[in-house]
Design a protein around this ligand. Structure first.
Ligand code: UFG
Length: 329
């Protein structure tokens, strides 16, 4: 198979490329390198630098290469930024996907797997969250991802195209080799922020609120290893290759950890004290997000390998310890 990975220089995209290449597939990566890193692109992948909003760029790839399926990670994904600069998210996430779909339809490319998010649910009505639960995003990022899902639904109804949408919960961890990992600038995610303390980059971690209705008052999240996410994309491509119909799947471990529990585990893994201070709540944070991934398991045959938060944080630490400045060193 030849798979085109849009956003293959980013965090989850680069890990998916590694897994596909391990399986012996041919991989083509396209990335504009605005948030992705050229160093994260597997040396065996063919690389095209360009933007999904540039239709001629996509047309050229589809005409030149024989693509069996597309995996689409090329999007902006910072919740806070999406609230202060919503049009950036409509432009890249929604307009970019529209251009991509036009190019796919015109070039007869009919299978795509793409990144969605737990943010489509907003404040959940049930825990664990099922795919059929209410979707009412509380931020622009989640709204653009939900609109992408709807665009795929209507376009696939009109054209010969099938899709799988994967709604990730909290992606974390790093490749077992320690060669690639999470490197956002600025960083806003909990685990890399915690690990900046033992790396000497930050004095303490701020806990955003300890008055939530949870067991220790801090927010509960479902942390899922990036390699398990990568495997789910490959299973989703296999699912489409077998002729199955379009569908939406949650990807999480089905287990929740509080912010305090994650910090405590990081102290254990790194052997560093990691001071923490209680700060005000962060706007838009739901108290609890835990996935039901039963559908991914039963339909896609997905089996996450990293259920243990200590093991997940250990892979992240292996990466961050040796790359305190991300890919720049
Ligand atoms: N947190 C802190 N201190 C920090 C950073 C985070 O206490 O310095 C807390 C947050 O308030 C939250 C938890 O740690 O309760 C996890 O926060 P992250 O920023 O790591 O992740 P989010 O749960 O906010 O975001 C994730 C995905 C998003 C997705 C969102 C859905 O990363 O892409 O879930 O709500 F949109």
């Amino acid at each position: 198979m030849t798979i085109l990975i849009l956003g293959g220089a980013g965090y989850i995209g680069s890990h998916t490329v590694y897994e596909l290449i391990d399986r012996g597939e041919d991989v083509i990566v396209a990335d504009n390198l605005q948030t992705g890193h050229i160093e994260a692109v597997h040396p065996k992948a063919e690389f095209y630098k360009g933007d999904i909003r540039d239709k001629s760029f996509l047309d050229e790839i589809f005409k030149k290469e024989k693509i069996d399926a597309v995996i689409h990670f090329a999007a902006n994904s910072l919740v806070g930024e999406s609230m202060t600069d919503p049009l950036k998210y409509y432009d890249n996430n929604l307009y970019g996907t529209m251009v991509l779909l036009k190019s796919m339809v015109e070039n007869g490319i009919d299978k795509i797997v793409f990144s969605s998010t737990a943010a489509v649910y907003g404040e959940p009505e049930n825990i664990p969250i099922l795919e059929a639960d209410r979707t009412e995003p509380t931020n622009t990022y989640g709204e653009t991802k939900l609109s992408m899902e709807k665009m795929f639904k209507w376009v696939s109804g009109a054209h010969n195209l099938r899709y799988v949408s994967l709604r990730y919960f909290n992606a974390c961890g790093a490749h077992v080799s320690g060669k690639i990992g999470e490197a956002h600038n600025p960083e806003s995610h909990l685990i890399p922020i915690i690990l900046q303390v033992p790396n000497g980059k930050r004095k303490e971690v701020c806990i955003f609120g300890d008055d939530y209705p949870t067991k220790d008052g801090t927010c509960v999240r479902d942390y899922i290893h990036v390699t398990d996410l990568a495997q789910a994309h490959i299973l989703a491509v296999d699912y489409l290759m077998k002729g199955n119909s379009s569908d939406i799947f949650n990807l999480g471990n089905g287990v929740g950890f509080t912010v305090k529990e994650v910090i405590e585990t990081a102290r254990k893994v790194t052997g560093h004290p990691v001071p923490a201070v209680i700060s005000p709540r962060r706007a838009g944070d739901p108290a609890q997000l835990i996935a039901s991934s039963e559908k991914s398991k039963s339909v896609l045959g997905w089996k996450p390998q990293y259920a243990d938060i200590e093991e997940i944080i250990a892979t992240a630490w292996k990466w961050h310890k040796h790359h305190p400045d991300g890919f720049s060193k």
